[in-house]
Design a protein around this ligand. Structure first.
Ligand code: SAM
Ligand code: SF4
Length: 455
């Protein structure tokens, strides 16, 4: 399917990635910590003995700065920082354990960053043993980690495997040497191959690659080569991210020349090329920016309509409580989101005071819960049904947007529900926006840039 440039230009406007609803810019800066603790406790009681809980640990350190990076990270080559950070996470975990009336059952665990493999294998083991010490590991646990292909060693992989990890996600981004030079990430494809083979021989059952389209100096020819090299290595999943250009928050992005970035049309061509090559070579489109081989759980979850979307993108999350530990981590307790302090200094200071280091967040009301469901339905299933009691709000905010999207043949809808068209799957973020009441109500008032563009 070719997408007309006029259409990609029209929809290439700043839109959230909808990894949460309400999206982070609409959260409140001062969160009532007592209310957060209460909601956390209620959700813990509801979910722990049934599905268990999910943990996310943010390990922020990286040895060098990739200029495109939009993640919360701290660049250092001094590995003595590992100890202090592990102590802080252990303390944060114990502060949450005080709120738990029974041993937590850990069903899912994800180590993200930054670069979790910045930590030595011994330290990862120490840290996780502290977390596991007073917990029960669910028999059907799913543990995963983000590894950097340049510094993930067989020792890391073996230590993680022994702790129960079976999934690894590697940041590949782009294999072209010129692109790598300008993004300051020299990572020969041989390193990706070595890290992939090492993970498989240790026993990891799912390897994911992160690729990005829209990076500076990327061309159709260079991306084609990266994708062909990727297909040859057969990762089970691929996250094919649109480069998010947000230089107002990620200052490293000011280090390259904006003139080197592909235009909107070129970026759409890059996405189309990647999607075509991947789907012609055995990968299935899972949604927005994820592809998977048919045997992979992510694709199976999509087929079985069990897909979920959270801060880590599309997931197969099985629990109703996600507790994020570490600097900038986000927790999701169903009726509330909470984010930790975003600088190491403030995070450590809060932990030092024996306080849960939550700094901002949001308590959902009934309207948020209903519209969150519409947004999750659109992004995970490509369809939704409308509840009659929501018709007044839908008519006021969403239907006028759907009428416009329908003119461009992105959706088919009536007052009972909506189906995304094949063309519309290329513009999922724009379609989700039709149900984002916070954004629609505020759209006219704000001139400050908050989101990256849709494409
Ligand atoms: C926090 S990083 C962890 C991976 C690990 N640190 C590495 O670089 O190999 C997670 C992923 O976010 C993606 N990412 C980072 N900055 C991005 C941006 N500005 N736009 C799109 N994706 C981005 C990259 O694909 C990266 O692999
Ligand atoms: S992409 Fe990964 S390694 Fe590079 S700066 Fe970001 S978190 Fe660190």
């Amino acid at each position: 399917m070719t997408i007309e440039p006029v259409l990609s230009n029209k929809y290439n406007v700043p839109v959230p990635r909808y990894t949460s609803y309400p999206t982070v810019p609409f959260w409140k800066d001062e969160l009532d910590i007592t209310q957060w603790k209460n909601i956390f406790q209620q959700q813990f009681s509801l979910t722990n003995s049934k599905e268990g809980i999910s943990l996310y640990l943010h390990l922020p350190f990286c040895e060098s700065l990739c200029t495109y990076c939009g993640c919360n990270k701290k660049i250092t080559t001094n590995h003595s920082v590992e100890d202090e950070y592990m102590k802080a996470i252990a303390k944060e975990w114990s502060l949450y354990m005080e709120l738990m009336h029974e041993k937590p059952v850990i069903r899912e665990l994800h180590l993200g960053g930054g670069t979790p493999t910045f930590f030595s294998p011994e330290n990862l083991k120490r840290l996780l043993n502290i977390i596991f010490e007073k917990a029960i590991i669910s028999p059907d646990h799913e543990f995963s980690i983000e590894g950097h292909p340049n510094n993930t060693t067989t020792e890391h992989l073996q230590a993680l495997y022994d702790l129960g990890f079976r999934r690894i996600s590697y940041g590949v981004q782009d294999n072209d040497p010129e692109v790598q030079r300008v993004i300051n990430r020299i990572q020969p494809v041989e390193n990706v191959q070595r890290a992939t083979e090492a993970a498989r021989s240790v026993g990891f059952k799912s390897v994911n690659y992160d690729l990005i389209y829209g990076l500076p100096l990327q061309t159709v020819a260079s991306l084609q080569k990266t994708i062909e090299q990727t297909i040859a290595l057969q990762p089970d999943r691929i996250a094919f991210y649109s480069y998010a250009h947000v230089p107002w928050t990620s200052r490293g992005q000011r280090l390259f020349d904006e003139k080197d970035l592909p235009s909107t049309e070129e970026k759409m061509q890059l996405y189309q090329l990647g999607k075509k090559l991947l789907t012609e070579n055995g990968y299935h489109d899972v949604g927005m920016d994820h592809f998977a081989l048919p045997a992979d759980d992510l694709y199976i979850a999509k087929v079985e309509e069990r897909l979920h979307r959270n801060f880590m993108g599309y997931t197969t999350q099985h629990t109703k409580l996600l507790l994020g530990l570490g600097v900038s981590s986000i927790s999701d307790a169903g009726m509330a989101f909470a984010q930790n302090e975003k600088t190491l200094h403030d995070y450590y200071a809060s932990i030092e005071r024996n306080e849960i280091p939550v700094v901002r967040g949001y308590f959902l009301n009934a309207e948020d819960v209903d519209f969150k469901k519409y947004i999750l339905d659109v992004s995970c299933k490509g369809k939704t049904s409308f509840k009659p009691e929501h018709l007044p709000l839908l008519k006021k905010y969403s239907f006028p947007e759907l009428e416009l999207l329908e003119l461009d043949q992105l959706v088919e809808w009536d007052e009972t529900g909506l189906q995304v068209t094949a063309l519309g799957f290329n513009f999922i973020r724009n379609i989700c926006k039709a149900f984002d009441l916070h954004l629609l109500r505020n759209q006219k008032e704000s001139t400050t840039p908050r989101f990256s563009k849709a494409i």
